[in-house]
Write a protein that binds this ligand. Structure first.
Ligand code: NAD
Length: 328
């Protein structure tokens, strides 16, 4: 099989090279993201491999199918950026890398919680200016706080383990109960109960029609005053305007975000020369009680190793007719 890898970043190339050699696959590395314009770059390939910044809508999938592409192997767990109906229509199979490192994302969510609770970023800024006073740095302890986890799949469960270690009470909501979380004492409740009872709410659900805009004005109204909100799932799970207003009013006291609904134009690129032209993002970035990372929660050596291995394993299984990790 000849595999075209779109959006190849320099940092991941060594991981992909090692895995492709192990699985004896022929690879074409393409640094450009997949768009209608870049489809021809994978001409003569059987498989394309994509990341979350690649465009996998109906027009692109149609062009890919005309070019003979039969498999899209995602280097991500999330597949909300793929038009699965169109993939089916154009007879393209889609596979993902579902459990490459749930702990990486959960640890990052915990990092955002700690950074906000202990004013870590503000402290760093003050230290850079030789200011070692404790002004502005009064923190909150986590022990005994109630953490509400929305989506208790692989990543949500990993966060439940971490927050259990901090002595937090655990609430969760999901369409299916996860016995691993129940063993930790996590109590399953409704979305509304999560909103009204949690001191910290961490989002770990998939993005779909039922979760898009889940954290909107009405949900926020039900939350405790001074709640902390953490989003490492997908930006559109949150109504960013509503969250910004709640930060301004003090209803939400802290916000940690690794994902942003308009992140495609911002994240994964160096904008140090031209700056950012996104008013909402700019306003959030200026708030001292907001910590932003640029979709890096997954980004560990272990995760990149697992993503690369799972990707080539998925491709090999597809070639041998033993599909694994199929999402469409
Ligand atoms: P998962 O499939 O194991 O868990 C997602 C859970 O969400 C499932 O248990 C599902 O039942 C639940 N869910 C669906 N609809 C829900 C609803 N309305 N309310 C509550 N729960 C609902 O997926 P995962 O591996 O734990 O990943 C979760 C999400 O994290 C991914 O979909 C992706 O968007 C995101 N993610 C982010 C990064 C990052 O770097 N920031 C990396 C990997 C994954």
């Amino acid at each position: 099989m000849k595999v075209a890898i779109y959006s190849t970043a320099e940092y991941e190339k060594p991981f992909l090279e090692r895995a492709s050699a192990d699985f004896a696959q022929q690879v074409v590395y393409i640094s450009e993201p997949l768009t209608e314009a870049s489809v021809p770059l994978s001409k003569s390939c059987d498989v394309i491999c994509c990341f979350i910044r690649d465009t996998l809508n109906a027009p692109v999938l149609e062009l890919l199918s005309q070019q003979g592409i039969k498999l899209v192997a995602l280097r991500s767990a999330g597949y909300d950026h793929v038009d699965l109906d169109a993939a089916k229509k154009f007879d393209i199979t889609v596979v993902n890398a579902p459990t490459y490192s749930p702990s990486a994302v959960a640890e990052h969510a915990a990092l955002l919680i700690l950074a906000l609770a202990r004013k870590f970023v503000i402290a760093q800024h003050q230290i850079e200016k030789n200011n070692f006073s404790l002004d502005n740095l009064l923190g909150i302890g986590l022990k005994g706080l109630t953490v509400g986890i929305i989506g208790t799949g692989n990543i949500g469960a990993a966060l439940a383990h971490i927050m259990n270690g901090f002595g937090c009470k655990l609430l969760g909501c999901d369409l299916v109960k996860n016995p691993e979380c129940e063993k930790l004492g996590l109590k399953y409740v409704t979305h509304d109960e999560i909103f009204s009872q949690s001191d910290i709410i961490s989002l770990h659900c998939v993005l779909n029609d039922s979760t898009c805009g889940l954290i909107n004005k009405h949900a926020i109204e039900k939350m405790k005053d001074g709640v902390m909100l953490i989003n490492t799932s997908r930006g559109a799970v949150v109504d960013t305007v509503a969250v910004k207003e709640a930060l301004e009013s003090g209803k939400i006291r802290y916000f940690g975000m690794d994902v942003y609904e308009n992140e495609k134009a911002i994240f994964f690129k160096d904008h140090s020369k031209e700056g950012i032209h996104d008013e909402m993002f700019e306003q959030l970035r200026k708030m001292p009680n907001v910590v932003i990372t640029g979709h890096q929660a997954f980004f560990t050596e272990e995760a990149l190793t697992n993503i690369a291995n799972t990707t080539f394993e998925n491709i090999q299984k597809f070639a041998s007719g033993n599909m694994q990790n199929q999402v469409s």
